[in-house]
Design a protein around this ligand. Structure first.
Ligand SMILES: Nc1ncnc2c1ncn2[C@@H]1O[C@H](COP(=O)(O)OP(=O)(O)OP(=O)(O)O)[C@@H](O)[C@H]1O
Length: 594
């Protein structure tokens, strides 16, 4: 019976990768107890699962399984760990993990997810964009949810406010922070909601100008930075290198290098305390708030960086992989399966016919071989498949899987490598390519996936919640929101965006919709941005979108053709023109405030 799915009283047993993949097809929530062959599933929690199953009575959408880490590639990070791990898969996406048999937490998680599923099915709630978590073992006692006190103490949060983002001061501020010896551990761009401003700035809520501050903070993108102290041995450079725009005075006692006998804790404290001071000395504190209070820092991390600790324990990297033409044509699916099984996430993929020049650059290592021209011929003979892969230590891991450059060496010394596995008569070299280093990966990404920007509009009839959801969808799809502005589109501004349709008979309808309130205007950047954003928006008419592309933004939130919630540029020329006019020629009213 080994390797076959067998029903036990409560939980289905998953003991190989194909059953695991099959399990991911389950509809609704699957609670996965990850166990080790040598110690068996967690008995302590089975009573809770039985109780939840009976009380919730939702067999169609609530499943319980036990999954053996030893035999499932996806669960590799959890092998040989004694502590129980529970994963929560929602419609095939692992969205949460609890380490340890924490019954109350597990119960709360299951109940709330099932209640949400019921509301979604009844049309009472829009499906939230759940983030897929990375499967790693965090190896710490607190690893359930949130961060330990110890971990929180090391970090400060710096918020670069909307006016600084609009006037492009972000790089300068970040550079000043890092030059002063601090490390920016993580960053995100967000438009604060009113509730969030209320929540995070409650300590100044009684100030007379708080309402003004609230509307300023919700008016555009802020950058939220998680900042740590950096190495305690290294003195902050900022104190010894006055910035050109600050007055060159004799260093005060505070600014001089730390005494040699200072303890590392004192030194860390000194550096931590000085982030605010540095910003003040550099005349940038009006653009950037610093939060050191441990409780607030935790709140920021939990709200904006829920995976921070997991990601910090990893070396997440991007690398570029390429399947050469013959392999792409004949065995693409097998390669993609291996990529998935090895835990890589494919961020982008495209078919590309390489030019001779591109092929020569990629195969430079073989330029002295007599078969060089033959491989250039082969590589330019048809489309290759280029991929951007994301994973912990992606560059090294992909190179290790590939094995050596030539089939001869792979067959002799590395018969398990992908080079040997996918060898083909037509080519004496590896049918697969991988970037050699982080620098090469960066260069390869620029070459194969050049960045492009598009203009996006969220129309006035979108509610606050819908705006937030749309921004989340945008970020989840890998777009970088490079500009953000909330403005009332007057007929003059509307004609800049909709210059192509000003003569159409429905143009008055368009102006009418835009006059109903402020719109959110965005510049979105990623490879192939224009077409990717149009794809995400869906067909112009929401009715048609609901039939043809029900997951698109217009299908989910559009009301009618004129109230179709979003707009996007039609081509790169239009995008460049309109972004230039809206974000560069039009000077925002609040750029000099605060
Ligand atoms: N027949 C119509 N009646 C009312 N409004 C319309 C009609 N046709 C188009 N519109 C509105 O004008 C906008 C621009 O129209 P266009 O023909 O350029 O559509 P699109 O390129 O699919 O959408 P968009 O340019 O907004 O991304 C549409 O998004 C829609 O809101």
């Amino acid at each position: 019976m080994a390797g076959k799915k067998r029903e036990v009283q409560l939980q289905t047993v998953i003991n190989n990768q194909s059953l695991w993949d099959e399990m991911l097809q389950n509809k609704g929530l699957t609670v996965i107890d990850v166990y080790q062959g040598w110690c068996g599933p967690c008995k302590a929690i089975q009573a809770l699962f039985r109780k939840l199953r009976n009380e919730l009575n939702e067999e169609e959408i609530l499943h319980f399984v036990v999954a053996e880490a030893d035999n499932i590639v996806s669960l590799q990070p959890f092998r040989d760990k004694c502590e129980p791990v529970f994963l929560f898969s929602l419609n095939g996406k692992i969205i949460a993990k609890i380490q340890g048999a924490n019954a109350p937490l597990i119960s709360k998680k299951v109940t709330s997810l099932i209640n949400d599923e019921k509301k979604i099915a009844a049309g009472e709630m829009v499906r939230p964009q759940y983030h897929e978590i990375l499967l790693v073992d965090t190896e710490s006692a607190d690893a359930g949810e949130g961060l330990s006190e110890g971990a929180q103490e090391q970090y400060s949060i710096a918020i670069i406010k909307p006016d600084a983002v609009l006037t492009r001061k972000v790089s300068e501020i970040k550079e000043k922070i890092t030059k002063a010896g601090f490390i920016i551990e993580a960053e995100d761009k967000k438009v604060f909601t009113e509730d969030q401003v209320m929540d995070f700035y409650s300590h100044i809520a009684d100030q007379p100008d708080f309402e003004e501050f609230m509307s300023f903070m919700t008016s555009g993108l802020s950058y939220i930075l998680v900042v740590s102290q950096g190495s305690e041995q290294e003195p902050p450079k900022e104190v010894t290198e006055p910035e050109p725009d600050t007055e060159a005075t004799e260093p005060t006692k505070d600014q001089s290098k730390p005494e040699v006998d200072i303890t590392s804790e004192e030194f860390k404290k000194k550096k931590r305390d000085s982030l605010q001071e540095i910003l003040e000395r550099q005349n940038i504190s009006q653009f950037c708030d610093v939060e050191d209070d441990a409780t607030l820092v935790t709140k920021f991390l939990d709200t904006f960086f829920p995976d921070f600790k997991t990601l910090k324990s990893m070396k997440l990297q991007k690398t570029v992989a390429l399947l050469r033409p013959d392999l792409f044509q004949e065995r693409k699916e097998e390669v993609l399966d291996i990529i998935g099984d090895e835990g890589f996430k494919i961020l982008e993929q495209r078919q590309i016919v390489l030019s001779k020049g591109e092929a020569r650059t990629l195969c430079k290592a073989y330029e002295d071989e007599e078969y060089f021209e033959k491989i250039i011929e082969n590589m330019t003979s048809g489309p290759s498949l280029a991929l951007i892969l994301l994973r912990d230590k992606a560059v090294q891991h992909w190179k290790e899987l590939l094995g050596p450059g030539t089939v001869e060496e792979a067959n002799t010394n590395f018969p398990m490598s992908l080079c040997a596995k996918f060898a083909m008569e037509s080519l004496p070299i590896n049918q697969l390519y991988g970037s050699d280093s982080l620098e090469t990966a960066e260069r390869d990404m620029q070459q194969f996936f050049p960045l492009e920007s598009t203009l996006a509009l969220i129309k006035p009839h979108a509610t606050e919640e819908q705006q937030e959801e749309i921004l989340r969808i945008i970020q989840e799809a890998g777009f970088d929101i490079t500009q953000h502005k909330k403005i009332l589109l007057t007929p003059e501004l509307a004609s800049v965006i909709y210059f192509k349709i000003t003569g159409k008979d429905f143009y008055d309808d368009v102006l009418q919709v835009l006059s109903e309130g402020p719109s959110v205007v965005l510049a979105l950047t990623k490879w192939n941005a224009v077409s990717a954003w149009r794809h995400l928006m869906g067909p112009t008419d929401p009715e048609e979108a609901r039939m043809l592309a029900p997951d698109t933004i217009r299908a989910r939130f559009g009301i009618s053709v004129s109230k179709n919630i979003v707009h996007g540029s039609s081509n790169t020329y239009e995008a460049t023109e309109v972004i230039g006019k809206i974000f560069e020629e039009f000077v925002p009213d609040n750029s000099e405030e605060n």
